[in-house]
Write a protein that binds this ligand. Structure first.
Ligand code: NAP
Ligand code: ZN
Ligand code: ZN
Length: 348
């Protein structure tokens, strides 16, 4: 079925209106009329081929919410009219050890991303949520239990929410733990809200002095301007866990220095060029770890959505029209977004 979408034909071409084809729903497929789609920094990295390997035309978008408009004959969990979400994954091998553990993002045979992944559908790769409709295998569709009027602000949970929730859970953020969140963008602002709701003592690190007061309103117990060495020094060797969401290269030693013995600095930001190599001494003195984490699997994404619904957590969003995506990318590059752009697909 022909579907209105926004995407780019090449790395140096702007995101613009185009028409794509969606398959008719197969027996286990759910067809979703997309209401809103969040704009993740990964969309920008991909559509401009900053990570290389982008397939064109590229239709980004993996923070998708909408309403079920058709289901295949073998679909059990969803009915027409249900409010649902789709995140960063639309398929995986479904049988490797990671898939069996519900960690499809670590599928050893390669997961299928919501965009830029391999697909039997035209044009041979997946096309994402900057579009009015998507067809997804039921295992990869999430139930939304927030009130419907919050739907647009739920969209960013599908990537920014799960990408912060998963490592916070894995490294046991909770009461008695001092947790840092670095970078208050789409991911970071969700990280602050979620770590706070988990009961951790939360310190936000920002390069933007203008975000200081707001970070406290988001749930940070303290806010540190990360370019101020004296402020950084007051937190030396005190953190159990630091989650770093920054999308640009920077000195990781500034953060390993803030970890307690056995503390972990987890990277989720994926800059287009490498961070300066971290100092070995900064790790061995204190048995510290630098780790990474990739989004989250489907069961944990559902757990995160339900956790956020229970705690009344949604993203702070700025709703945009599809025609404004390029301008919003430029603002994102200036750290000028509070805190997630969400496309109203009705504007397509
Ligand atoms: P975003 O909204 O642009 O936020 C990034 C934040 O990083 C900015 O708001 C800014 O916060 C800070 N920052 C930017 N440039 C900086 C610099 N030069 N030095 C220090 N801080 C800087 O991006 P996002 O959507 O949250 O995504 C963040 C990164 O995570 C991207 O690289 C994205 O691709 C990646 N990502 C990874 C996963 C995963 O599974 N691992 C999933 C989704 C996204 P302040 O103004 O507070 O300093
Ligand atoms: Zn994302
Ligand atoms: Zn697998």
């Amino acid at each position: 079925m022909s579907t209105k979408a926004y995407g780019a034909h090449a790395a140096n071409k702007p995101v613009e209106a185009l028409a794509i084809e969606r398959r008719a729903p197969g027996p286990t497929d759910v067809q979703i009329d997309i209401a809103y789609c969040g704009v993740c920094h990964s969309d920008l990295h991909t559509v401009r081929s900053e990570w290389s390997g982008t397939l064109y035309p590229c239709v980004p978008g993996h923070e998708i919410v909408g309403r079920v408009s058709a289901v295949g004959g073998e679909v059990t969990g969803f009915r027409i009219g249900d409010i649902v979400g789709v995140g960063c994954l639309v398929d995986s091998c479904r049988r490797c050890a990671s898939c069996e553990d519900g960690l499809e993002q670590y599928c050893t045979n390669g997961f299928v991303g919501t965009y830029n992944g391999p697909s039997a559908d035209a044009p041979g790769h997946t096309l994402g949520g900057y579009s009015q409709r998507i067809v997804v295998e039921q295992r990869f569709v999430l139930k939304i239990r927030h009130p419907e009027e919050q739907l647009a602000a739920v969209a960013p949970l599908l990537c920014a929410g799960i990408t912060t929730y998963s490592p916070l859970r894995h490294w046991n953020a909770g009461p008695g733990k001092k947790v840092g969140i670095v970078g208050i963008g789409g991911l970071g602002h969700m990280g602050i809200k979620i770590a706070h709701a988990m009961g951790a003592y939360v310190v936000a690190f920002t390069t933007s002095a203008s975000k200081r007061e707001e970070a406290r309103a988001l749930g940070a117990d303290e806010v540190v301007i990360s370019t101020d060495a004296a402020q950084m020094q007051t937190h030396a060797a005190s953190f159990d866990f630091i989650l770093n969401t920054v999308a640009a290269p920077h000195r990781l030693d500034d953060y390993t220095a803030l970890l307690k013995r056995d503390g972990t600095l987890c990277l989720v930001g994926v800059p287009a060029s490498p961070h300066p190599s971290p100092s070995v001494a900064g790790l061995i003195f204190g048995r510290k770890t630098i780790a990474g984490s990739l989004i989250g699997g489907i069961p944990e994404t559902q757990e995160m959505l339900d956790f956020c619904a229970r705690h009344g957590i949604v993203a702070d969003i700025e709703m945009i029209a599809a025609q404004d995506i390029e301008a919003c990318y430029e603002r994102m590059l200036r750290s000028d977004v509070k805190y997630r752009f969400v496309i109203d697909t009705a504007t397509m």
